[in-house]
Design a protein around this ligand. Structure first.
Ligand SMILES: Nc1ncnc2c1ncn2[C@@H]1O[C@H](COP(=O)(O)OP(=O)(O)O)[C@@H](O)[C@H]1O
Ligand SMILES: O=C(O)C1=C[C@@H](OP(=O)(O)O)[C@@H](O)[C@H](O)C1
Ligand SMILES: [Mg+2]
Length: 168
């Protein structure tokens, strides 16, 4: 099976749904953010602070490139498509799922989630996060082969819906 790639804004559930899919299919999860931190030996906020967003995006591209093998679940970070080299790789894939949700619900989920520190959402006004979403929204649609509404669904429901689409 060609790998299942999850894209979408922060808080849309890419990491959570990725974990669930990896369990259900018993295949490897590539959690891009986690691998970036492992390779760098520092946290995502530390990378943003020390290397800037540009440094983070190049690291993200390297991890994506090295892990685009078949038969995996790939949970990306919400900004991966802003880097043209990464967008190009993802645009070539055919099991790309855009987890799309009401932005207000996503903001609520982000603000409740204290485990994942998100430098591009922390300390930001709601209006700024909404602007960032609007800037990115079209790129998710352009890259996606499937759009899944995640607003009023559980993580398990979303994972099941994805499995149905790929015929598993
Ligand atoms: N469908 C959902 N229903 C309820 N909570 C969710 C759902 N999807 C994600 N969450 C919660 O929202 C937060 C962000 O989810 P996460 O998987 O880290 O998203 P992403 O990787 O897309 O940023 C987590 O606390 C997670 O438990
Ligand atoms: O939207 C973004 O630019 C980012 C999203 C984060 O991943 P999640 O979408 O999993 O939160 C993480 O990659 C980093 O903080 C940058
Ligand atoms: Mg994530």
């Amino acid at each position: 099976m060609e790998s299942i790639i999850l894209i979408g804004f922060m808080g849309s559930g890419k990491s959570s749904v990725g974990k669930e899919l990896s369990k259900l299919l018993n295949i490897n999860l590539v959690e891009v953010d986690q691998l970036i931190a492992d390779v760098a030996g520092k946290s995502i906020p530390e990378i943003f602070e020390e290397e800037g967003e540009a440094g983070f995006r190049e690291r993200e591209f390297e991890v994506l490139k090295e892990n685009l093998l078949s038969n995996q679940i790939i949970a990306t970070g919400g900004g991966i498509l802003t880097y043209p080299k990464s967008a190009e790789l993802i645009n070539r894939q055919s099991n790309v799922f855009f987890l799309k949700g009401d932005i207000n619900v996503l903001i609520e989920r982000i603000s409740r989630d204290k485990t994942n520190q998100r430098p591009l959402a922390n300390q930001k006004k709601e209006s700024e996060i909404i602007s960032l979403y609007k800037i990115r929204e079209q790129s998710y649609h352009d890259a996606a082969n499937y759009v899944i509404d995640v607003t009023h669904k559980s993580i398990t429901q979303i994972a099941q819906e994805i499995l149905n689409k790929v015929g598993r």
